[in-house]
Design a protein. Sequence first.
Lengths: 255, 175
Amino acid sequence: MNSPAVTRGPMIETRHVAKNFGQTSALRDASLCVAQGEILAVMGPSGSGKSTLLHSMAGIYTPDQGEVLFDGQLLNTMTEADRTKLRRTAFGFVFQFGQLVPELTAADNVALPLLLNRTKRKVAYKTADTWLDRLGIGDKGDRRTGELSGGEAQRVAVARALALAPKVIFADEPTGSLDSLTGEKVMDLMTGLAREQGSTVVIVTHDARVAAYADRVVMVRDGLLTPGDRPSSSSQGRHGAPAPAAAASAAKGAN
Amino acid sequence: MSVPLTLLGLLEREPSHGYDLKRDYDAFFGRGKQLPFGQVYATLGRLARDGQVTAGGAEPGDGPDRKRYAITDSGRHVVDTWLADPVEPEPHLQTVLFAKVTLALMLGKPAAAYLDTQRAAHIRRMQELTEIKRTGPLVDTLLADHALFHLEADLRWIDLTSARLADLAEAVRNR
């Protein structure tokens, strides 16, 4: 008898996905599987098509050709309303800039997606506090995010993405605006806590030191995926295998 | 830089005399430092002993050695294996990578694929070092950081070289 882990398909799959912007071909024939609980980095220079790949995987862009599947469901044929619902309930997003509402407090920002998903106000704010705490910024809950440092704001963004307990976190250059040490702490917390929670993570980055936090790294060049690294035996063991101790020490180290 | 493997690679183009090999080695790989004749002939002698090259009979003419050397099938296999194997990801390996890329282009072998393999090996090592940072004491973190920054510099060189392969191939052919 097969165990569920064996019979389960990939969390995200792209099949021969292509995307053009006018005359420009941003992505060609991209086929990729991301396993449940896997942390995948997509590397490539700017303009290589890596963000287009992430946006296609997240159902933000509709591919011109090919298919995108989330947990076996075809995104292409979903209505826009269903895709929006999926993005709001199953996906978390961490971008380089501009995802937080600067006039709202850190706690408001983290609670907002929960409230949109009809979580009770009290529960939403309790969850927000818990996650801000885990990210080492429990004392910043009532500060407006516009007043926070770049590193603190990015931790709020990670808390907001993780608080939904998403199936997949999409992170596009999550440390792009941070200094090395702060960026490292954000990566450490994001990957550590995602592992603990069992979330799949797709990180787009041009930075090899950021990509090195992932279980597997693939490259995009001129809109084409190159095989890149295969998961090593040690990283395969990490997939779907939460490491609470490592995550806890990561959170502690970043305080 | 591996002199025996580089000379063997140069011999894969066509059978050559020691003098011609030295001249080409100096032109492509010497970087201002010439390879002594003595080292060329000693290396060729060892390669012949190991069955990777054959030495033809001495030809009339001046100079210390007028033998013509040719690569054997075993020698070709050694070159292929060397080119395709990623270099152990350690800092400061640019010269070995440079020799491999140049030889691969010279011999019409898949330099882009070799660079991809090397990139993957580098990223794997960077993942291991990052894991050490996640779990190890601060002193280990500092050492891992040092290695990570150097490997990152190598990776940038690999990426830039990948992007320049077409131009490099032309430069190597026209030399």
